[in-house]
Design a protein around this ligand. Structure first.
Ligand code: PLP
Length: 370
């Protein structure tokens, strides 16, 4: 028996969409790119969408378009995927971490406010595991303090808080389409913004610095090749058209885990979202606070030996070897992040996981906890 940690949900619609592009003549910068971007501006009500080749590229281009660079500080979370803070380093700025709220695993407006200095130029909040709690307050803080807010909503496609969609809670927001995300393009990402300067700069930067009408060999700025091909976009279009169905499937799987694991004092289940809606990205449980340290990794190994994919999302960013080397971070710098990072287990989670597979995982988990 093997139950993977994640897996894509590809139907005949996706296969047909991709092969249609392959049978045509335009494999990149074609109509599928425009159509894919249009599905996002339409769903989110934002003026511009710029698709790129990864979520990381999307974040990096936004920071560049916001003019963030050497000498600037960017406040963000140490409890995220590494890309969130890597992009700050990529543009030559300095990441400033604030510890997370143990209830949501997100950084809060209050904690961010305490770290603002005259050098702070931007904040990058993350809806960790799709939980949108507090992200609207972070955007309000950024607006009132005249800071850029770059919403890393790469885990939150479909989440909402206080009636606002994730993807609209910053000057720009980014989604990612690696195969473990809510929808996939194989690899890919997208920028959403209402800011014409950000949209136009990101579109130029993804395409070798070409800006609008200048022509193919006119480069207005130093740019990259961060384009997303029409093959990827066709896959993304077919997935976006199924997004609501996909979100329902994921919520159903999360519901089964809730039902089967509730009431076990040894584990803390993902929190419900007050005043909002969580789009399920992963299903991450946490061992109770009094659980012996180190047991978590034993449990993960036990499950893996039985063919059950699971993982330790996330190792705190500040304790990654290259961050320790560059900045001298140590254990104790962000205690809540560390406490939670040592106790989380991501369980198998994808659209087509069956109820009996979830039962198998929960049974194996309980045995490993005993
Ligand atoms: C997935 C993800 C990204 C971007 O990932 P790519 O692999 O570059 O597409 C960025 N931030 C967070 C929080 C993510 O989960």
């Amino acid at each position: 028996m093997k139950i993977n940690l994640s897996g894509p949900d590809i139907t005949e619609a996706e296969i047909t969409a991709v092969t249609d592009v392959l049978r045509g003549r335009q494999l990149s910068l074609g109509p599928r790119l425009t159509e894919f971007e249009g599905l996002f501006t339409g769903r989110f009500g934002r003026r511009f969408a710029v698709a790129v080749n990864s979520g990381t590229s999307a974040l990096q281009l936004c920071l560049q378009a916001m003019g963030v660079g050497p000498g600037d500080e960017v406040i963000t979370t140490p409890f995220s995927f590494i890309a969130t803070s890597n992009v700050i380093l990529m543009v030559g700025a300095t990441p400033v971490f604030v510890d997370i709220d143990p209830a949501s695993y997100n950084i809060t407006a209050e904690a961010i406010a305490r770290k603002i200095t005259p050098r702070t130029k931007a904040v990058i909040p993350v809806e960790v595991f799709g939980n949108p709690a507090g992200l609207d307050a972070v955007y309000d803080l950024a607006l009132s303090r005249k800071l850029w807010c770059l919403e890393d909503c790469c885990e939150a496609l479909g989440s909402e808080v206080n009636g606002k969609k994730c993807g609209t809670l910053g000057h720009a927001g980014t989604f990612a389409f690696y195969p473990n995300k809510q929808i996939t393009t194989g690899e890919g990402g997208i920028i959403l913004t209402d800011d014409e300067h950000i949209a136009r700069t990101c579109a130029a930067l993804r395409n070798q610095g070409r800006d609008g009408d200048g022509g193919w060999l006119a480069h207005q700025m130093l740019g990259y090749n961060y384009r997303l091909s029409d093959i990827n976009c066709a896959l993304g279009i077919a997935q976006m058209k199924r997004l609501d169905e996909i979100l329902v499937k994921r919520a159903r799987v999360a519901g089964w885990y809730h039902e089967l694991l509730a009431g076990d004092a040894r584990i803390i289940l993902p929190p419900d979202v007050a005043n909002g809606k969580r789009s399920w990205f992963v299903y991450v449980i946490r061992l109770a606070d009094d659980f012996p340290l180190g047991r978590r990794d034993q449990i993960i190994n036990r499950l893996r030996e039985q063919g059950i994919g699971c993982s330790n999302y996330f190792t705190p960013i500040h304790l990654q070897p290259f961050m320790v080397k560059q900045f001298g971070y140590k254990h104790g710098d962000f205690p809540i992040t560390e406490h939670i990072g040592e106790r989380t287990i991501a369980l198998p989670f994808y659209n087509n996981l069956s109820r009996s597979e979830v039962e198998t995982v929960c049974k194996a988990l309980r045995e490993a906890l005993d």
